[in-house]
Design a protein around this ligand. Sequence first.
Ligand code: TXA
Ligand code: MG
Length: 317
Amino acid sequence: MTTCFFDDAALAADLLRQGGLVAFPTETVYGLGADARNEQAVARIFAAKERPATNPLIVHLPERDPIELVAARVPDVAEKLMDAFFPGMLTLVLPRHPDLPASVSAGLPTVGVRVPELALAREFLQACGVPVAAPSANRSGRPSPTTWQAVATDLEGRIEGILQGPQARTGLESTVVDCTGDVPVLLRPGALSLEALQAVVPETRLPGDHDDLLQRSPGTRFRHYAPLGKVVFDPAEAQEKPIAWIGVSAPPHDLPVSFLQGCVGAEGYAYELYHFFRRCDSLGIKTIVCERVPDTGIGRALNDRLNRAAEARTTPA
Ligand code: TXA
Ligand code: MG
């Protein structure tokens, strides 16, 4: 299959309307889109990514109204969060509309819904004129793509099109919040902070021991991307060279670093991380020393991804 590269949102949208798979930019990461109502196209997303069929997709809309096209019911608390954060870096889990194929949600009775903020994303979604199911546009097991070039590396020849936009402004995925229960529950920490959510709905909480998190958020079960090199936090554990370092301060002066990425604050770190991991792989880096950041703001999501990258090689697939 030949993959077409577009800079025109309307042309890319035509391809999607015809049943094609088209990757598009958002402010978090690039998504791999298909018509959410076309069961065959949805099935092809799972095939192209080699994604487990039990991991649900997020449905994207150009604007909040009418969200009733995809959600069977919109609880008051979801209205509040949408007032504050749509469009943006928030995905809400709501009861799924019966017109959406169950395969979009991997059979769950719920659906994840997001309205991205990036103008090019909204222009594309508007031109599509259908709800667009889209996971991150990477092969399963690779970092989410923050550039169209990273999408091409993983998926060229497997999808119909790539809409070329800017490098993703945030660089980490959206925050996933379950709004089907009494209070909102954070299923995946992401670009939108817990503090911001709690400023609007103070009851918003982390999943507790009593939550069946795996059932509610299947994505947390899957092996996460780990770079080919070993990810460590303690420089003393950096044995094998070449060694890379990423963080917001400076590497220890006695660490023999071959590849270094200094970042401006946690936001700068989030922006660089996935791109940096991909470059470490292509450079053959054997050990990656990552600095941790305080667990506040986007730091919570950043530490989550760093921990998963460090743990992944010890977790069964
Ligand atoms: O920023 C993002 O969220 C990007 C852009 C493209 O929107 N998308 C993204 O999609 O990261 P994906 O598929 O890589 O991650 C979606 C996460 C998974 O952990 C999945 O399990 C969870 O959201 N999710 C989706 N629908 C769900 C549902 N109905 N119930 C629970 N979790 C859901
Ligand atoms: Mg993903």
